[in-house]
Design a protein around this ligand. Structure first.
Ligand code: DHB
Length: 315
């Protein structure tokens, strides 16, 4: 059997497939459909210091090849999360990555410090890239010094795995990845959603209440892959590849381009067990390719020119 384990800092993921933040609740809602311990890991919906109601409806709209959403970081808040969600995730044997969102550096630090006191948190993913809130969110994520400062402050406070989730809505994602690496992040998650919009032509109203939202799903995969490729060239820390992964082949593409782990999000709205199925598909591919370890896939992209083209005089 090929090895599917990936280790980042002090966390060993049993396979490289995680559920993406905000697409799998607190990892407990879909228990009827899958065993969460079979996932590489669960990334929680963003947790903030206080509970949040989020944005008014309509919050989600389907588009031709993707999904537009504007949830507004609705969540139960860190107290309820630690009291009534985390213990169940631990019982179920899930590798749990807590995603944290905040509107100030102090709030990020406070939420992380509260999580530090609990058992069952394997690491953190920091959301500096929510497209749907006025405070924090993209104001942080598109400002490199802020991303650097948040990374620095959180790094000082934890020995656990720290990943920063980057927005693709910037000119140079490589620059942001480099700032995270320089400040001690263990990984960067690439990418969060793209800003998108959809209009109902009969009412001439936007399809979601906040007018624009975060766009995800198969339509963004080639763009997300190019962002992972750009980040790969910029840093040597692990990259967590995210963006429109619907199948094992999609996930493998991200790993070949340089991702060490992947996250599945929009696909879960079609099939909550997609992550487990994709993990099994990757294992099948490794066996078929006679590869010993999934680690051999990471960054294995062959960009050399085909011999037949060289023979034909191309260079
Ligand atoms: C939300 C947050 C995100 O980071 C994202 O990509 C999309 C939506 C939200 O809660 O609105």
């Amino acid at each position: 059997m090929p090895s599917t384990e990936i280790t980042i800092r002090n966390v060993t993921f049993k396979n490289p497939v995680l559920t993406a933040s905000g697409t799998f609740g607190y990892g407990l809602e879909c228990e009827a459909f899958l065993d969460v311990s079979r996932l590489g890991g669960v990334v929680t919906k963003s947790i903030s210091r206080k509970p949040r109601d989020g944005n008014p409806p309509q919050r989600i709209a389907e588009t031709t090849a993707g999904m537009l959403n504007s949830i507004g970081l609705a969540n139960v808040g860190v107290d309820v999360f630690l009291q009534s969600k985390l213990p169940l995730l631990r019982e179920r044997g899930a590798t749990t990555i807590v995603n944290i969102a905040a509107s100030s550096i102090e709030e990020y630090c406070e939420v992380l410090e509260m999580c530090e006191e609990q058992e069952g948190v394997s690491g953190y993913e920091i959301n500096v890239s929510c497209p749907n809130v006025k405070d924090g969110g993209l104001n942080f994520g598109t400002h490199c010094p802020s991303v650097a400062q948040i990374t620095r402050e959180l790094r000082r406070r934890t020995e656990k795995m720290l990943a920063i989730k980057l927005t693709p809505n910037v000119t140079s994602i490589g620059e942001f990845a480099r700032a995270c690496e320089a400040e001690g992040a263990d990984a960067v998650s690439c990418v969060n959603t793209f800003i998108g919009m959809a209009v109902d032509v009969r009412t001439r109203r936007p399809k979601i209440a906040t007018i624009t939202g975060g766009y995800s799903g198969p339509a963004i995969k080639p763009i997300a892959l190019a962002k992972v490729y750009e980040a790969r060239k910029a840093v040597s820390i692990p990259i967590i590849g995210i963006g429109g992964i619907m199948s094992a082949e999609d996930a493998i593409e991200f790993m070949i381009v340089g991702a060490s782990l992947v996250q599945v999000g929009t696909a879960l709205f079609i099939d909550p067990a997609a992550g487990v199925k994709i993990a099994a598909g990757i294992e099948g591919y490794l066996a078929e390719q006679k590869m010993d370890s999934v680690r051999d896939l990471i960054g294995s992209l062959d960009t050399s020119m085909q011999p037949s083209l060289i023979a034909a005089g191309w260079s």
